[in-house]
Design a protein around this ligand. Structure first.
Ligand code: HEM
Length: 185
């Protein structure tokens, strides 16, 4: 498990990723912006044309069982593959009811009832992912989820999202913004 990495997602007029669309799935929207800059491992300096900045940190797994982890490690690929010129940035907040549950109740909803990992696994290695925790940092969202894929896998990504948004776990999500991005090859 790599050590925690602090990551800032800064929306404004500069950054490698062009924002192609922003849609509010649930809750309060975020201000529209043109580009997204990702700063890893250091405090990001705020700049004048910044629309918003969200911070998160990578962490150890909470819910994944040993065999699931082994399958993930076998199947998943890293970020920054040359062909992965599309990305999705999906900040998510979960409800107080979710956080009131015990860890074993959350795991049961997350996987036994919902099959989050079972669903996601079918889309590896086409989709590369990185999960950032934000709740501990006192941020507006609990999680910042980041995905990268090649344009030919954009439909598969949408297919996976349709499935995930129907599972029991998603009933505990009260804020979700779906931001799609692209960069030149
Ligand atoms: C690409 C396929 C995907 C795979 C293989 C996958 C796998 C996982 C795994 C293994 C975890 C648990 C980490 C832990 O043990 O702490 C997790 C957590 C999470 N995933 Fe996914 N996921 C996928 C897609 C997605 C998508 C598309 C979204 C958002 C739209 C998403 C949102 C989340 C969130 C918010 C968590 C944290 C849940 C919590 O701690 O309460 N995942 N995912």
């Amino acid at each position: 498990m790599p050590p925690p990495l602090h990551v800032s997602f800064i929306a404004g007029r500069t950054g490698t990723w062009r924002i192609d669309s922003m849609s509010t799935v649930r809750g309060e929207p975020l201000a529209l912006a043109e580009r997204l800059m990702i700063v890893e491992g250091q405090e990001a300096t705020p700049h004048s044309d910044m629309q918003w900045a969200l911070r998160g940190v990578t962490s150890n797994t909470r819910y994944t069982h040993k065999t699931e982890l082994e399958h993930l490690v076998d199947k998943q690929e890293g970020l920054r593959r040359l062909q992965a010129t599309c990305a999705a940035f999906i900040p998510i907040r979960k409800t107080a009811a979710w956080w009131d549950l015990a860890q074993d109740e959350r795991r049961a909803i997350f996987e036994e009832q919902s099959g989050h990992i079972r669903i996601g696994m079918d889309y590896l290695p086409a989709i590369a992912r990185r999960l950032h925790h934000s709740r501990e940092l006192g941020e507006a969202f609990d999680f910042l989820t980041w995905f990268e894929y090649a344009p030919e896998h954009a439909e598969a990504f949408d297919d996976m999202l349709r499935k995930l948004r129907n599972i029991a776990e998603w009933q505990y999500i009260d804020r979700e913004i779906d931001i799609r991005l692209s960069r030149s090859a």
